[in-house]
Write a protein that binds this ligand. Structure first.
Ligand SMILES: NC(=O)c1ccc[n+]([C@@H]2O[C@H](COP(=O)([O-])OP(=O)(O)OC[C@H]3O[C@@H](n4cnc5c(N)ncnc54)[C@H](OP(=O)(O)O)[C@@H]3O)[C@@H](O)[C@H]2O)c1
Length: 292
C-alpha cells in the first residue's frame, strides 16, 4: 500500500489534537484531506493552513462533500455530531474514540452509510511530537470488511499497525492503554513520594528514573516481558526484596501494600523467565504472602 491508494474525499469534523496529528500524517503520506470542520471556524482555519488543499466548511457541508468522514470531536460530542449531520448512503463515517461504541454513529448507519472506529493507540498533544511518534503505533479498527480494508490501508500508509478490534471490546481495549500511559505517571508519582521521604523532590526523582524507564522499554522491545525483566525478583534475591519492603514500610502503610502487590505481579514473569530455582520461588512466594 502507498499513500495514493485511497483517493476518496476525506474530511474531518473536529480540528483538535487528534485531527491535527492524523490529518497532518495523512497529508505527509500523500493522502489528501479535502475539508475540515470544527465548532469554531478559527480552529478549523488554523488546521487548514497546515494542510494544503483543504478547505474549511461547517460540519454539514464538509460531510456533504466526503466519501470518508473522521469524526474527531470529544467522545461525549460524537453522538450529537452523528445525529445533527444528514448523512448519505455509501459514505464511510468513522469516529476516533477508543472506548466509545461505534453504535453511537447509528444515525449514519440508518442513512445507509458504513460506520466504524479508527483509534490510534497514542497520545496526541503537541502536533510535531504526534507526527514523530505516530509511526509504529497500533490503530484499532472496527468496521465491516469494505470499510475495514480502506482504514487498514490508511493506517499502514501513515506507518501504523492496524488490527481488527472485535465488537464489544472497545472499553476494555481502551482501558489497557492506561498501563502504557497514565499508570506510568502514577507509578513515577509513587516513586517520587518515596524520594521525598529522603529529601529529594519529584523533579529529581523523575529525572533519575526516566533513563531506567527507557532502558526497561528497550529491554522489553528486545526480549519481551519475561526475558526483558531485570531487578531482584528476576534474580531470586529474596533478601534484597525483603530489605526493599522494609524500606518502603518506613514511608507508610499504603506505600508498602502497593509495593508488595506490584512485586507479587512481577513474580510470574520471573518464573516464566526460567532462571529461578524452586527454592528461590518458594522463598519469594513466602515473603510476599507474609503480611507482617
Ligand atoms: N488526543 C489524544 O491523545 C487522542 C488519542 C486517540 C484518540 N483520541 C480521540 O480523538 C477524539 C478527539 O479528541 P481530541 O483529543 O483531539 O479532542 P480536542 O483536542 O479537545 O479537540 C476536539 C475538537 O472537536 C471540536 N468539537 C467539540 N465539540 C464539537 C461539536 N459538538 N461539534 C463539532 N466540533 C466539536 C473542538 O472544536 P473547537 O475547538 O472549535 O471548539 C475541537 O476542534 C476523541 O474521540 C478522542 O477519544 C484522542
Amino acid at each position: 500500500m502507498n499513500g495514493q491508494s485511497y483517493r476518496g474525499a476525506i474530511v474531518f469534523i473536529g480540528a483538535g489534537r487528534l485531527a491535527t496529528g492524523l490529518s497532518r500524517a495523512l497529508h505527509a503520506n500523500g493522502i489528501a484531506v479535502s475539508a475540515l470542520a470544527s465548532r469554531s471556524e478559527d480552529r478549523a482555519q488554523a488546521l487548514s493552513r497546515q494542510i494544503p488543499g483543504s478547505v474549511v466548511r461547517d460540519a454539514q457541508a464538509a460531510a456533504g462533500m466526503a466519501d470518508l468522514v473522521f469524526i474527531a470531536v470529544p467522545d461525549d460530542a460524537i453522538a450529537s455530531v452523528a445525529a445533527q449531520v444528514r448523512w448519505r448512503a455509501g459514505q464511510f463515517v468513522v469516529h476516533c474514540s477508543g472506548a466509545t461504541d461505534i453504535a453511537v454513529l447509528s444515525p449514519a448507519l440508518e442513512a445507509g452509510a458504513a460506520i466504524g472506529g479508527f483509534h490510534p493507540l497514542q497520545t496526541f498533544t503537541d502536533p510535531d511530537v504526534a507526527l514523530a511518534t505516530l509511526p509504529g503505533c497500533t490503530v484499532a479498527i472496527e468496521a465491516e470488511p469494505e470499510l475495514f480494508s480502506i482504514l487498514e490501508r490508511i493506517a499502514a500508509a501513515i506507518g501504523c499497525r492496524p488490527f481488527a478490534l472485535p465488537p464489544g471490546a472497545r472499553a476494555r481495549y481502551h482501558a489497557t492503554g492506561s498501563y502504557g500511559a497514565q499508570f506510568i505517571n502514577a507509578l513515577l508519582l509513587e516513586a517520587s513520594a518515596v524520594w521525598e521521604s529522603f529529601g529529594k523532590d519529584r523533579e529529581t526523582a523523575v529525572r533519575a528514573l526516566l533513563p531506567l524507564l527507557r532502558g526497561t522499554i528497550a529491554a522489553i522491545e528486545q526480549g519481551g516481558l519475561a526475558n526483558g525483566l531485570a531487578g531482584p525478583v528476576s534474580r531470586g534475591d529474596t533478601g534484597t526484596v525483603r530489605r526493599q519492603i522494609e524500606g518502603i514500610a518506613q514511608v507508610g502503610e499504603g506505600h508498602v501494600a502497593l509495593f508488595r502487590e506490584l512485586t507479587r505481579l512481577t513474580l510470574p514473569l520471573a518464573i516464566e523467565r526460567g532462571k529461578l530455582s524452586a527454592a528461590q520461588i518458594d522463598a519469594l512466594q513466602a515473603l510476599l504472602e507474609d503480611k507482617s
